[in-house]
Design a protein around this ligand. Structure first.
Ligand code: NCD
Length: 310
């Protein structure tokens, strides 16, 4: 069975087979991206609308490159230049754009549930590029691609996710997909960033040593100040760095061949020290960005074919 929806909103909707379908296709697209002529004609004539109602560098650029490599016409609009600033509702904005015969919306929005809200009200494809604290499925899939590339399989893997779990859509999408794949997930962060995380049923670590030891991959997260109700979720950045930040010194208990992931943007010297972030033997941060384009090409390919019944 292959993934059959016209939208990708949540990794909860993905079976193990769906995840492998996406990752296998992404492998082909990664090879294409390494050629001189990095172009497939698949989406020729298709219009892809990058609709970013919230800031983004990596994800927006990555989707735009992915859409263009598939030969589609990709256009961007961002919150700062959209008419939602003039009081137009989200659905009215989407309906107006859609009237120009567009086909695929890539949606980033600060409200949890925004992508699903739009997906159920439009005949176009909708790909969730991050909705509030809720989910960021393409980030989780590119993280999984990067982990699979390193270890060759998902068997017997343990992944730690460290930082602001409570406000992280990256954590949520990764946890759901990893649980589907049978990957063991450990979580660690300051108590005020771990609220409501027991529901995931993951192992909760008591300190950094426990979080780091025995894991094959460690995903470090940024403090999501923009999604926190509290302006000072942690009393001091120096203390955050000391107890929850990752440096070479803090990695003494880590496995020899551990890899460190981060969705970006990194706050250097807060959650991640440069001695880890810039060490290509352990940091996969730039590979994640590279793999993101291939994974998004695979997702665009699959949802568009589902929409058209191809
Ligand atoms: C993440 C996001 O926006 O949720 N970044 C990303 O998509 N590359 C994580 C973050 O902002 O910290």
């Amino acid at each position: 069975m292959a993934y059959s929806k016209k939208d990708l909103i949540s990794t909860k909707d993905l079976t193990t087979e769906d995840i492998y379908q996406i990752l296998n296709l992404a492998k082909d697209y990664k090879n294409l991206n390494l050629q001189n002529e990095k172009k497939s004609p698949l989406l020729k004539g298709v219009t892809v609308v990058n609709s970013f109602f919230e800031n983004s560098t990596r994800t927006r650029t990555s989707f735009e490159i992915a859409a263009k490599r598939l030969s589609s016409d990709a256009i961007n609009f961002t919150a700062s230049n959209s008419s939602t600033n003039k009081g137009e509702t989200l659905i009215d904005t989407i309906k107006n754009i859609e009237s120009m015969q567009t086909d695929i919306f890539i949606m980033r929005h600060s409200s949890s549930g925004a992508a699903q809200f739009v997906a159920s009200r439009t005949p176009s494809c909708v790909i969730n590029a991050g909705d509030g604290c809720n989910e960021h499925p393409t980030q989780a899939l590119l993280d999984l691609f990067t982990i699979h590339e390193k270890f060759g399989s998902f068997n017997n893997l343990t992944v730690s996710i460290i930082g602001d779990i409570a406000h992280s859509r990256v954590a949520r999408s990764n946890i759901y997909a990893m649980q589907t794949l049978g990957i063991k997930v450990k979580l660690f962060g300051p108590p005020q960033m771990m609220q409501y995380t027991k529901v995931f049923g993951c192992e909760i670590c008591k300190d950094m040593d426990e979080a780091v030891s025995g894991s094959d991959a460690i995903i470090m997260l940024r403090i999501q100040l923009e999604r926190s109700d509290d302006e000072t979720p942690f009393p001091s950045i120096r203390e955050y760095c000391r107890y929850f930040g990752l440096s070479k010194t803090r990695m003494q208990k880590a496995k020899e061949n551990v890899i460190i992931l981060h969705p970006g943007p990194i706050n250097r010297g807060v959650e991640l020290n440069s001695d880890v972030a810039d060490d290509p033997r352990i940091s996969t941060i730039l590979s994640q960005v590279e793999n993101g384009v291939a994974v998004r090409m695979a997702i665009l390919d699959i949802v568009y074919k589902n929409l058209k019944g191809l």
